[in-house]
Design a protein around this ligand. Structure first.
Ligand SMILES: [Zn+2]
Length: 131
């Protein structure tokens, strides 16, 4: 099973297997589950979500795709156009993975929030001492 990248603006109604559809504009990537079950897998793109890299042999999607919510519970990477299968995670591993993702997200937003506060403070100081 291999994937190729297709950049789109809007997600097509009918999507083909083996294609990773990427809409930069709407910050989303969609593909059909690599196991062949036919489920549509949506992965939001962003600094705390998934990333797509284009390589000469195909797209790389990071982090891995864990379809825990699907009946197939498949878990794989799309790496340079190839599907790399991961072992099926136990519910403990899934929970640990979620905790890790949560922590990563919180850390990211904390930095963003601090920057925003610092910026507000700076603007306020400038308004006091500025012309
Ligand atoms: Zn599947």
């Amino acid at each position: 099973m291999a994937f190729r990248l297709q950049r789109v603006r809007y997600m097509p109604q009918e999507i083909n297997s083996g294609v990773l559809y990427v809409s930069e504009e709407f910050g989303i990537a969609v593909h059909l589950c690599a196991c062949g079950c036919g489920a549509k897998v949506r992965t939001p793109l962003g600094p705390t979500e998934w990333n797509v890299d284009e390589t000469p042999t195909g797209p790389t999607l990071r982090p891995s795709v864990g379809n825990w919510q699907l009946p197939c519970r498949s878990h794989y990477w799309i790496y340079r156009g190839e599907v790399l299968w991961a072992t099926t995670w136990t519910s403990e591993q899934i929970a640990a993975g979620r905790r890790f993702e949560e922590a990563r997200r919180r850390a990211y937003y904390k930095v963003l929030y601090r920057r925003r506060i610092a910026h507000k403070l700076w603007q306020w100081l400038r308004s006091l001492f500025g012309r």
